[in-house]
Write a protein that binds this ligand. Structure first.
Ligand code: JHZ
Length: 398
């Protein structure tokens, strides 16, 4: 059923930023083979052999969803939208990270689940009930027993795609929803990955990259159905599902049938589509290496903007190291002073704007291009340029 179509070579755990480059630290770095497969039965795109989640979601988890203005605004917007549409009394968030969504609620309105204990600590500290555990049916039973109540709304952003066992996920959700409750979740969208050639959406944490047609098939088993869906621009193209119990009295939106048609038209049900994508990925790699090498030959200084998890895939797949890129800047305090996984590029705090001796900045956080351009007007004005690989390898000069 699972057909491999893409190999992205040996990859590290993306969250494993190194504190220093001591022999011991470098030696214990964990690598795995990143293969991506298409399931011919349910159309799901997944990493062929996912990494053990215990290696990934530790008490050293680095990503902070609040770091970008774009995401702070997006989470505030979705909160207001859900509140207005569903008027939930009791809500649950799966994967609450640093509380960027949670904080919009009153403390007695929502319960959070976040397996990274350093993150769970952040939201506990400000008074939100947070379970520092992996989402499972067992945990769902424990929470419901304790609060004696199921949920009107379950929300999850950039989390469900991170969980290898989707059967367990939806079994637990189906158990936890009130009869007329709603599950809303969003994750990167495979339709956008194919369109944008954004192969960096594949890394250890993105175990699955969803399509509508895959999720529709998977949730059926658990008496759940999709009643609405939205395509979003966040993270370079995401999909937001609105799901309820099979028997719930909810009108199915036209968007559901439209997207289904569109996905069949795009060939998201067809291995051929993914094989073609895989050859475009190979070309993207050659183009990027050639561009970086040419610029270096001309004596240009190149840095990278945003020590993203996505860029770990690019740097390790394309073998981009310190000979090509001097350093990476990132606003996240607990990434600064560390080194990127696998290729060991130093991460530093950005200044007010990109240093004037920099000629090119590769966009590790290409998904925030608009926000970055706004911040880095001076860099662009004084002749600085960005490099990106989406939708194809190119230079951005204004
Ligand atoms: P960003 C992470 O992936 C991991 P990453 C995770 N698996 C996931 O799914 C997504 O998030 C949602 C920095 N930055 O959001 C901040 C600047 O330095 O693209 C972040 O470290 N300056 C949970 O890492 C990084 O870039 C800026 O101006 O691929 C962005 O990371 C801006 C805007 C960001 O996700």
């Amino acid at each position: 059923m699972k057909k491999k179509f893409l190999s992205l070579n040996k990859q590290p755990i993306t969250n494993s930023y190194l504190n220093n480059l001591s022999k011991k630290n470098v030696k214990k770095e964990y690598f795995y083979n990143l293969f991506v497969s298409f399931n011919t039965k349910n159309f799901l795109i997944s990493i062929t052999k996912p990494v053990d989640p215990k290696r990934q979601y530790t008490n050293q988890y680095a990503h902070r969803a609040s770091e970008s203005q774009t995401m702070r605004v997006a989470f505030n917007k979705i909160y207001s939208k859900l509140k207005k549409r569903f008027k939930p009394k009791k809500s649950l968030e799966i994967g609450s990270n640093d509380g960027v969504f949670l904080k919009n609620f009153k403390k007695n309105e929502i319960i959070a689940v976040e397996p990274c204990s350093n993150l769970a600590q952040l939201t506990k500290k400000i008074g939100y009930k947070t379970y520092a555990e992996f989402w499972s049916k067992k945990l769902a039973q424990k929470i419901i027993r304790k609060y004696n109540s199921k949920f009107d709304l379950i929300f999850s952003a950039n989390t469900i795609s991170h969980i290898p066992n989707l059967d367990e996920v939806f079994k637990a959700i189906s158990y936890s929803l009130n009869e007329d409750g709603t599950l809303v979740f969003e994750d990167p969208y495979i339709g956008s990955v194919i369109k944008m050639n954004s192969y960096d959406q594949f890394y250890d944490e993105h175990v699955h990259v969803f399509s509508f047609i895959a999720i529709q098939k998977i949730i059926k088993k658990y008496n759940l159905k999709i009643f609405d869906v939205e395509l979003l621009s966040t993270h370079g193209g995401s999909i937001r599902f609105y799901i309820c119990k099979e028997n719930a009295n909810k009108k199915i939106s036209k968007r559901v049938t439209n997207l289904k048609k569109r996905e069949y038209k795009q060939g998201l049900n067809n291995l051929k589509t993914y094989k073609k994508f895989a050859s475009r990925v190979k070309k993207s790699k050659t183009d990027l290496i050639n561009l970086l090498k040419n610029l270096k030959r001309k004596g240009k200084k190149i840095i990278s903007y945003g020590a993203t998890y996505k860029s770990a895939t690019i740097f390790n797949y394309c073998n981009v190291n310190n000979n090509l890129i001097d350093y990476v800047t990132d606003t996240t305090k607990n990434k600064q002073g560390k080194f990127t996984p696998g290729k060991h590029l130093p991460i530093i705090a950005p200044g007010k704007s990109i240093n004037s001796d920099v000629d090119y900045a590769f966009l590790g956080a290409w998904n925030f291009l608009k926000e970055i351009k706004k911040k880095e007007k001076k860099f662009l004005k004084t002749g600085g340029k960005f490099i990106t690989h989406v939708p194809k390898v190119r230079i951005i000069s204004k």
